[in-house]
Design a protein around this ligand. Structure first.
Ligand code: CIR
Length: 257
């Protein structure tokens, strides 16, 4: 597997308190969200990646979830077209485009009527699983597959029933290890992986990120943490309580490449 060398993230803005949510945990505390974001960035620094940190943008409450607006692969970056109307403009912000252009010569764009948010995309080597969700439609997913194929990679579609995004319910930890929860425990698409089941009461912990041999995990999910440690990874717990309140997790807060 290839190491990640860089991440792009965006600071949360004061209006993060108005982020889209289906959860019932109240509004995020902005000061605490900022502190947690700083801790997240420090955890990533410890994993040896260079950090590009974009300024907060108060026009877009969910703009700290920068994962959704671009897919960064080894050969190209693809700027998405978010399905959530309040988020659509995030993909067109000049600073994200400029940040991606710093690292990628090949940049593609998803076009109308396609919609896709990259939280719905899981990379496994040169193959990308693409969830069909309320945010990602078939047109967007097929445009994404064509972009990947243009650069010698591949994609496959995974219809979703229960989760916001594909990676809400599963995380690839390299070495064929896949954390799975809920509908992903039995999906045939993932039968060949070494599946580690996340108990339903710890469902939020199914969204983790592998970064150069470490696994960043949300703090407070001891069963899942033990299971990941047993696989031999160095676990770095990160508190994301304020992001959980608006359906966000660890992967959503960065682009890693
Ligand atoms: C949203 O509903 O779009 C945000 N409140 C949460 C986005 C989470 N992003 C992700 O899972 N990749």
């Amino acid at each position: 597997m290839d190491l990640f060398r860089n991440i792009i993230a965006r600071k949360p803005c004061p209006s993060v308190t108005e982020g889209i949510t289906t959860a019932n945990f109240g509004k995020p505390d902005y000061a605490l969200a900022l502190k947690q974001h700083e801790a997240y960035i420090s955890a990533l620094e410890k994993c040896g990646v260079g950090i590009t940190l974009l300024d907060a943008n108060d026009d877009y409450p969910d703009s700290c979830f920068v994962e959704d607006v671009a897919l960064c692969t080894k050969k190209c970056a693809i700027i998405t077209r978010p399905g959530a109307l309040s988020r659509r403009g995030e993909a067109a912000l000049p600073d994200i485009k400029a940040a991606v252009e710093k690292f990628f010569a090949n940049i593609e764009f998803i076009k109308e009527p396609g919609t896709i948010e990259a939280g719905d995309i899981m990379m496994v080597g040169d193959h990308f699983y693409i969830g069909l969700s309320n945010r990602t439609n078939e047109d967007g997913a097929r445009q994404m597959m064509r972009c990947l194929e243009k650069y010698g990679m591949s994609g496959s579609l995974v219809p979703l029933n229960e989760v916001l995004h594909l990676k809400t319910g599963l995380s690839y930890l390299e070495n064929n290890n896949l954390l799975v929860c809920g509908e992903f425990v039995t999906k045939p698409d993932f039968a060949e992986f070494n599946r580690i089941e996340v108990p339903i009461e710890e469902a939020y912990a199914a969204n983790c990120i592998w970064v150069n041999g470490n696994v960043l995990m949300p703090a407070g999910y001891p069963k899942t943490q033990k299971a990941v440690e047993r696989l031999g990874y160095t676990v770095i717990p990160v508190d994301t309580s304020e992001y959980k309140k608006i359906d966000g997790g660890l992967s959503c807060l960065s682009l890693r490449f």
